[in-house]
Structures are given as structure tokens and as C-alpha cells.
Design a protein around this ligand. Structure first.
Ligand code: ZN
Ligand code: ZN
Length: 212
């Protein structure tokens, strides 16, 4: 069964999730934006075998530590969708702009597309392409445990910003209503920032997407 533990990283308190298969202890880290020593300590404390890096999108708070972590541990980088190539190219500039340590460049080992799956140990998660916050944003859904790792698409009570280059409000709303809601009201989502919630709660009360 899939298990996970979320560690807020960087000055942006980005929810980096360590996910693992509890039969094999094989682990992936979703969005290692920074604070790599803390992430490594958590992985060691749980005696996990870190095997993959998964990215929802290439903003600095989500992807900033990716190049270094992949190089140090020889890990494949899975995702995001190639629509975020320009954000990956811009990571050095994002580092300066937001006062982050200089991000090491990287190239994803595998781009992700809508309908793909990713696997860690014996656990399989479904990939949905959810553009709007960034063009290449993806989410990772585990029907097995009813959880979805949504990055900056949706938050408890809010939605992702759409005022960055390549962002689009209507596209984001469509991604939420057409690609997240079908996962079911009981699905718990882990957003890129802030507390977890359920899709059902957001459908009822989120002022941006309530009633969609
Ligand atoms: Zn973002
Ligand atoms: Zn973010």
C-alpha cells in the first residue's frame, strides 16, 4: 500500500511529499524544492530506498533541489509535462528572483502526459495533465488510498495563481472541474502549500470553484 509523509520545504513552505510502497520501502519524492538535508534525514529515519523524483511543475519552490538530488543519488526525474520546459530553462533566473540557492540545471528523464502512470515499488499512481497554473503541470492520483498530490492547481479554499507566464485562468478551472473532480468527492488532496482538504469540501465551499 502507498504511504506518504509531507515535509514543508523552502521559505515558501512548499509541501514536498515522500511517497513509498510499504511492501518494498521503495520511495519517490514529489517536488523536492529545497532543504535536501531534511528530506534525506526523513528518508533515512524511515529506512526508505529513494529511487525516483516526481515533479508536478517546474516552479523554483517545487523543483529547485531536483538537479542536485538527482546528481547526488543518481535518480531519474519523472515529469512534469514538457509544457514546463521554459520554466526548467528559467530555474537559474527564478533562483535569483526569489532568493533561492542557485538551482542546478536538469533534464527530465521522462516527460509525463495525461493518462500515464508512475510506479514506485508495487504502487501505481495515475497521472493527469492539469495546465493553468503552468502549461506543463501534472498531478499524481492514488485511487488505492484515495489521495491526490496536486501541486499548485488547487488549495484548501483557493486555487493556483494564473498570472505567471503561460498561466491561464479558464484552463485552470477546466483542469480542476474536468480532471480533479472525477476522482471523487472523498479524495483527499495534498496541495503544494497549506493544509490538506477533500475535493468534496472544495466543491461545496471553495469560492473559486464551488459549484463547478
Ligand atoms: Zn507553482
Ligand atoms: Zn508552489
Amino acid at each position: 500500500m502507498l504511504r506518504y509523509h509531507t515535509v514543508p520545504v523552502t521559505a515558501f513552505q512548499q509541501n514536498c511529499s515522500i511517497v513509498w510502497c510499504d511492501e518494498t520501502n521503495a520511495a519517490a519524492v514529489i517536488d523536492p524544492g529545497g532543504d535536501l538535508p531534511r528530506l534525506k534525514a526523513e528518508i533515512a529515519r524511515r529506512a526508505l530506498k529513494l529511487e525516483q523524483i516526481w515533479l508536478t511543475h517546474a516552479h523554483i519552490d517545487h523543483a529547485g533541489g531536483t538537479g542536485t538530488l538527482a546528481r547526488e543519488l543518481g535518480l531519474p526525474i519523472i515529469g512534469p509535462h514538457e509544457g514546463d520546459q521554459f520554466w526548467i530553462d528559467g530555474l537559474p533566473q527564478q533562483s535569483v528572483q526569489f532568493g533561492f540557492p542557485q538551482a542546478e540545471p536538469f533534464a527530465p528523464t521522462r516527460w509525463l502526459h495525461d493518462g500515464d502512470t508512475v510506479q514506485i515499488g508495487r504502487c501505481v499512481l495515475n497521472v493527469r495533465h492539469t495546465p493553468g497554473h503552468t502549461p506543463g503541470h501534472v498531478v499524481f492520483h492514488s485511487p488505492e488510498i484515495g489521495r491526490c498530490f496536486v501541486g499548485d492547481v488547487l488549495f484548501a479554499g483557493s486555487i493556483g495563481r494564473t498570472d505567471f507566464p503561460g498561466g491561464d485562468y479558464d484552463t485552470l478551472i477546466d483542469s480542476i472541474s474536468q480532471r480533479l473532480w472525477p476522482m471523487g468527492d472523498d479524495t483527499v488532496f495534498i496541495p503544494g502549500h497549506g493544509p490538506e482538504s477533500t475535493f468534496g469540501r472544495e466543491r461545496r465551499s471553495n469560492p473559486f470553484v464551488g459549484g463547478t
